[in-house]
Design a protein around this ligand. Structure first.
Ligand SMILES: Cc1cc2nc3c(=O)[nH]c(=O)nc-3n(C[C@H](O)[C@H](O)[C@H](O)COP(=O)(O)OP(=O)(O)OC[C@H]3O[C@@H](n4cnc5c(N)ncnc54)[C@H](O)[C@@H]3O)c2cc1C
Length: 420
């Protein structure tokens, strides 16, 4: 006989474990099945920025033109590998349909409210000393510019953010350096987003992992190979080692979520968007101390710099090129050179580049809600560049929907069937 749970969650990245935490708190007996949260998940090597500043969805006017221009540049921060795969073509079509002012006007308040609510939840989680490893710090974030284009881009974003009620400051070079004297990036100025914060994403994942297991959640290392259906319900899942039954199924498998929804009749519009990072330990861990404390985004090159407990991380690039996790050194080059600027080439050279896949939806909003056509299957995925930022509110919203409660805010923008 297979073991029975209230909820099975497929995927133990930051989104899956956050859902496990919230469902368990509501009294559910939860099983998480995950095959690689410390290996293939996007939730460990990412930039760890908690970003109210990112209220403008990725699908915004001008992005396609920028992507086309960058197509021919092997070191560009955005890369789209041409492909005739029908799922990819459908995704790209939906993406370009959403690169409009109207979509930005729709997306900004949705992202602002959900990101700020998520940060509040994260604060409450991290008040527990057991979450010390998450290293949550309310440092704000600097968007740096050097060239004129990046300056314009930052100032436009500052205007949008101000209109949306966020706390920002426009800084010249001296004011930026006064705030972050350890900066080495060439700049003429910046925009400071006061409400942004940072975490060590792997520290957060490990804290969540320990917390849910201590609270009684079972985490199983394994791959979900098949879902057992009975009419419009999934009654169980099979892994390589066994079978498990549950009343409810949550699909939180990051970029791999479409592989699971396909068998249930939904071709989820979601593409893996590859990014890289390089993490340099501090002097106490065999590296160097940079003195940086505020996370920064270098707008000219789309590189982020995140000081973390125990080191500093440089990350960037967005490649729509399938599930391949290998490192293309040409694309990682600008990130590694930036790391060398702060830490010295000799320190950076022996350190490997990490690659991860952001689960990207075409409109820059996650999928949180019921899977169409199924009575007991739920999706929590598609967070793109915002998975760490939005994991707590995703879990809250999903648990409310699963429990039949009135959610604290409108779940409509996140509906899984919104492209149908
Ligand atoms: C370079 C980079 C920088 C980023 N920076 C930030 C940032 O600063 N702030 C931010 O908020 N976000 C950032 N992100 C995005 C963030 O990392 C992701 O949105 C988030 O980690 C997605 O979490 P997830 O739990 O949905 O998926 P994942 O972390 O990918 O986890 C999915 C899990 O499901 C497992 N799985 C898949 N299929 C199966 C199966 N069939 N059976 C069992 N297990 C399965 C996988 O092994 C994996 O462990 C960044 C991403 C990248 C790549």
């Amino acid at each position: 006989m297979s073991e029975r749970f209230d909820s099975i969650i497929v995927g133990g990245g930051v989104v899956g474990l956050s859902c496990a935490r919230t469902l368990q708190e509501q009294g559910a007996r939860v099983l998480v099945i995950d095959r690689g949260r410390y290996r293939e998940a996007a939730s460990t090597g990412n930039a760890g920025m908690i970003v109210p500043s990112h209220i403008v969805p990725l699908s915004a006017p001008g992005v396609i033109a920028k992507g086309m221009k960058w197509l021919m540049n092997p070191e560009s921060p955005l890369y789209i590998k041409p492909s005739a795969n029908p799922d990819f073509v459908r995704w790209l079509w939906a993406f370009q349909q959403h690169c409009t002012e109207a979509h930005v006007a729709h997306g900004v308040p949705v992202l602002r409210d959900s990101i700020l609510a998520s940060l509040e939840l994260l604060d409450a989680w991290c008040a527990d000393p057991a979450f010390k490893t998450a290293g949550l710090a309310h440092t704000g974030l600097l968007m740096l510019h050097d060239g004129e284009k990046a300056r314009k881009e930052n100032l436009e974003l500052a205007e949008q953010a101000e209109e949306a009620g966020l706390e920002i400051e426009r800084l010249d070079r001296d004011a930026t350096l006064a705030l972050e004297p350890a900066l080495r990036t060439a700049i003429t100025g910046s925009v400071y987003f006061r409400q942004d914060a940072r975490v060590d994403p792997e520290g957060l994942l490990r804290a969540l992992d320990a917390h849910v297991q201590a609270a009684g959640v079972t985490i199983l290392d394994g791959t979900v190979r098949s879902l057992q259906k009975n009419g419009s319900r999934v009654v169980g899942v099979k892994t390589e080692d066994g079978a498990y039954e549950a009343d409810q199924l949550v699909l939180a498998a990051g970029s791999w979520t479409p592989q699971l929804t396909k068998g249930l009749g939904t071709r989820l519009l979601l593409q893996p968007a590859k990014g890289y990072s390089v993490t340099i330990p501090d002097a106490a861990h065999g590296g160097v101390d940079t003195g940086m404390h505020i996370p920064c985004l270098v707008t000219d090159q789309k590189i982020s710099i995140t000081p973390m407990p125990g080191g500093i991380r440089f990350s960037g690039t967005l490649g729509l090129q399938g599930y391949d996790l290998s490192v293309d050194e040409r694309r990682a080059g600008p990130i590694r050179r930036h790391a060398a600027l702060y830490c010295g080439e000799d320190t950076v050279a022996p350190i490997d580049t990490w690659a991860g896949l952001r689960p990207a939806s075409p409109d820059g909003l996650p999928y949180i809600g019921a899977l169409p056509g199924m009575d007991n299957v739920w999706v929590a995925s598609g967070h793109g560049m915002l998975g760490v930022t939005m994991a707590p509110i995703t879990a809250r919203l999903l648990a409310d929907l699963m429990g039949g409660k009135t959610p604290s805010f409108d779940p409509t923008p996140f509906r899984v069937d919104r492209f149908d």
